[in-house]
Design a protein around this ligand. Sequence first.
Ligand SMILES: [Cu+2]
Length: 131
Amino acid sequence: MKKYSFLVFLIIASLIFIACQKKEAFKKELVNDGYKVVIISDQPPHVGINKWKIFVYTADGKPVENAVVKNVNGYMPPMPGMPEMSFDYKVQKVADYFESDVNLSMGGTWQMTILVEIDGKPYEFKFGFNL
Ligand SMILES: [Cu+2]
């Protein structure tokens, strides 16, 4: 009986662990010129609509009040039999962060660029992944 209750405990503990992990399945930190952009999503990058929350911080982690996330761009380089693709995704301000529905239309190599304006100055934050 004791053996089983430990097993049950282990299963519950791992389920809780998985549930907590799922909430923030994707997190990306990008640094440029003393600023930090943090992208958080409850799903890892996948084909289809990716709901991204975008936060802008100073290097030491303070929110940048006057930062405006202007654009999210997804770029796919040319593939055999396919020209390059480039999409601009709309960004909306929500409370202290920004939100974008990033529609990744197909599998392959994606290069993402987050354009942020701070005090009228543009900053680009880039990263890439394969789907
Ligand atoms: Cu392609």
